[in-house]
Design a protein around this ligand. Structure first.
Ligand code: NAG
Ligand code: ZN
Length: 423
């Protein structure tokens, strides 16, 4: 067999393996009827069930992926616990493969034209995003500044973009925003890019937001994971970083960057199992990507007023604490800002965002970046969980990106205005 023949055979096998992986996996929607059932969902999430979103409160619904291996036990549990549920998808593998094929078509239809604005027609790679911010710095040299802040585990360059109004005044207050912590949450970098575009290219409309504040943005905090999810159907739902960890001869990849921060690290809501989606890492800041965010937070702590981290999905505006159900002394300030965002979105589009502390409205999760930023000195620290889309929630179709990111900007803008008014 020719070398090419061997190669295509291997590629063929790889494709078969990739498509096989979520083959027969199901998605269920679960609706807890009491607090006990809510707790049960949380326990399942700690026991290897992959929850696409976990909402434990009454009247809310959660989505969970169930593998063929888990199915028998899972169905037994459903009937024993009389848990209200519906089957949302019977073959996740097929659905993801279909979405993947559609995206390939989309990429060909909407190539990057080189310089200039990015459209909201599709999702972009880390490299395309980096090229875009490089181009912005070239086009707006008096208002846009780039800085290499570190390297990912796989040696991708992490760059922040600092956006100013060009008046050269030093030591302004700072709003720091990041996206792409979790690899599969593709709408997050898309939303962050849109914010950058508004502040830079639509400067005239947003000059007030830059008068006394500089905005510093890290568009993709976890580029290795983000790139990995774009390699094929097998990888689409990957969440963590890409540093390998061994457990009993098995290799699992990555830590959950949002459990890896050194503040109540590896306490409740984080896992010590490298194969878990919420693996806290072998020690705090084991991941180069979280070290980068940590260093940015410390660099700007004395003038950092708001930290904003963009995730999906679930429609939440969350503030500290995530490690305890107790609230910080200044929770009312956090609540004011988050609520300003939620109210603005509600008024503009009708979409509901739930506002509150992470532990109280979502679930306890120690070691997250928002707790760390608040502890490091940012007076306002907010995790924004955008709306879900597609069958998994992480797949809003490309045709929806524009709607999602413009809505997100309305919320972010309103929160920034509230911050500027208060501080
Ligand atoms: C941030 O919060 C601290 C503690 O509540 C307060 O002392 C400080 O004045 C606040 N910073 C600003 C810029 O208002
Ligand atoms: Zn996330």
């Amino acid at each position: 067999m020719s070398r090419f023949g061997v190669l295509s055979l291997l590629l063929g096998l790889a494709l078969v393996a990739a498509e096989y992986d979520y083959d027969g996996y199901r998605i269920y929607e679960l609706r807890p009827a009491n607090a006990e059932q809510g707790e049960l969902l949380y326990k399942l999430s700690q026991q290897g069930y992959d929850f696409l979103n976990l909402r434990r409160l009454l009247g809310q619904s959660s989505r969970v992926i169930v593998s063929p291996d888990q199915l028998e036990n899972f169905e037994k549990l459903l009937s024993e616990q009389q848990l209200s549920h519906s089957l949302i998808n019977e073959n996740l593998g097929a659905t993801i493969a279909e979405e993947f094929a559609q995206r390939q078509v989309q990429r060909r239809l909407s190539p990057i034209s080189g310089k200039g604005r990015l459209s909201t027609d599709r999702y972009y790679t880390h490299e395309e995003i980096t090229n875009y911010i490089n181009d912005l710095a070239d086009r707006f040299p008096s208002r846009v500044f780039l800085k290499t802040v570190g390297w990912s585990y796989e040696k991708r360059e992490l760059k922040t973009i600092t956006i100013t109004n060009g008046d050269r005044r030093a030591n302004k207050k700072v709003i720091f925003m990041d996206g792409g912590f979790h690899a599969r949450e593709w709408i997050s970098p898309a939303a962050v890019l849109y914010v950058i575009e508004q502040l830079v290219e639509k400067f005239d409309e947003n000059a007030e937001l830059l008068k006394d504040y500089d905005w510093i943005v890290l568009p993709v905090a976890n580029p290795d994971g983000y790139e990995y999810t774009q390699t094929g159907t097998l990888a689409r739902l990957f969440r963590k970083t890409r540093q390998p960890y061994k457990l009993l001869g098995q290799t699992c990849y990555g830590a959950d960057p949002n459990r890896n921060f050194d503040f109540h690290w590896n306490e409740e809501g984080a896992s010590s199992n490298p194969c878990s989606d919420t693996f806290a890492g072998p020690q705090p800041f084991s991941e180069p990507e979280t070290q980068v965010v940590r260093d940015i937070l410390h660099t700007y702590a004395d003038r950092g007023i708001m930290y904003l981290t963009i995730h999906s999905y679930g429609n939440y505006l969350l503030y500290p604490w995530g490690w305890t159900s107790e609230l910080p002394e200044t929770w009312q300030d956090l609540d004011d800002v988050a609520r300003a965002g939620g109210d603005a979105i509600k008024e503009a589009t009708g979409t509901d965002y739930e506002v509150g502390s992470s532990t109280n409205v979502l679930y306890i999760a120690a070691g997250a970046s928002d707790d760390y930023a608040f502890y490091a000195g940012f007076n306002i620290s907010i995790t924004m969980e955008l709306s879900g889309g597609g069958i998994t929630g992480f797949d809003p179709p490309a045709s929806k990106i524009d709607e999602f990111v413009t809505e997100t900007w309305i919320g972010i803008r309103a929160m920034a205005e509230k911050v500027i008014e208060k501080y």
